[in-house]
Ligand binder design. Structure first.
Ligand code: V0D
Length: 255
């Protein structure tokens, strides 16, 4: 007998019982939030309107993930390559964390969410960093959903920086090359303490990893959709999780 999560039956805006079971919810979902600019262009709007509506989709995805019992949600908000965009657009993007937190932080705290950031803090404007550090501090004692923003993040840079740290430890005589293993490498990545993503979602039709969590996605299920990120809502997350469960269904309790 397949057990379903009560809240899905009872939710008044959920028209039909969902094809999701409570026993195999992905612990960590990572999302490449692609298609904000294309969504805006299709509507004849400036790109920044797409980014702004993308921010609203971040909120929807966070609430939907929390309601499903997902423990870690990692969102690719800004890549190490995004600095190449026009200065006006970068400046606008760098104000979104403050704006998001000003609107949403209280509700996220009520939900016991922990806000974290993964990426290089150098190059981020002070106002961006301050808003995020304040939110991280205020939510550090929470033990609910971990909402992890990848910001000024790149997978190769993450691995390169980790290898530099290991190199320094060898130079200092604290480590032998033979002692390097996967566990030690993981400890030197920006995700240390966070399990690998079970499920990667990418919107907007591209079917690439694009330098996101290269090490951590080694065994993740990948789910792609043509919809643009600003259109993303809980039904899309439910579709992704339902597909994840179809792929990983464990009959008879053996993995
Ligand atoms: C634009 C789509 C939320 C992707 C989502 C600076 C591109 C909307 C945040 C955010 C961005 C980051 C940290 C935080 C709270 C919120 C965000 C950026 C871009 C890059 F603590 N949305 N969002 N950050 N976009």
């Amino acid at each position: 007998m397949i057990k379903r999560i009560r809240s899905w039956w009872m939710h008044k805006d959920s028209p039909k019982p969902l094809d999701i079971t409570a026993d195999n919810i992905p612990e960590h979902v990572a999302i490449i939030m692609d298609g904000n600019g294309r969504w805006a262009k299709r509507l004849g709007l400036p790109r920044i309107v797409g980014h702004h509506n993308g921010m609203k989709a971040v909120k929807r995805a966070t609430i939907a993930a929390d309601d499903l019992g997902i423990k870690y949600l990692t969102m690719y908000a800004f890549s190490t390559e995004n600095w190449k965009r026009p200065k006006d657009e970068v400046d606008f993007l760098m104000r979104l964390p403050q704006e998001f937190l000003a609107i949403e932080l209280d509700e996220l705290i009520e939900r016991n969410v922990q806000i974290r950031m993964m990426g290089d803090k150098d190059k981020l404007p002070n106002h961006t960093l301050k808003a995020m550090e304040d939110a991280m501090e205020r939510t550090a004692g929470n033990d609910g959903l971990v909402l992890n923003f990848a910001l000024n993040y790149g997978g190769r840079k993450e691995i390169t920086d980790g290898m530099t740290l290991l190199g320094h430890e060898i130079e200092a005589g604290r480590l032998k090359a033979e002692d390097i293993n996967a566990e030690l490498i993981e400890k030197h990545l920006k995700t240390h303490g966070i399990p690998d993503p079970d499920l990667l979602i990418r919107t907007s039709g591209e079917m690439r990893i694009s330098n996101f969590m290269l090490w951590q996605l080694a065994y993740s299920e990948l789910w792609f959709t043509d919809i643009y990120w600003p259109e993303f809502n809980k039904d899309h997350l439910h579709d992704a999780v339902a597909e994840y469960q179809r792929r990983t269904r464990r009959y008879g309790g053996l993995s």
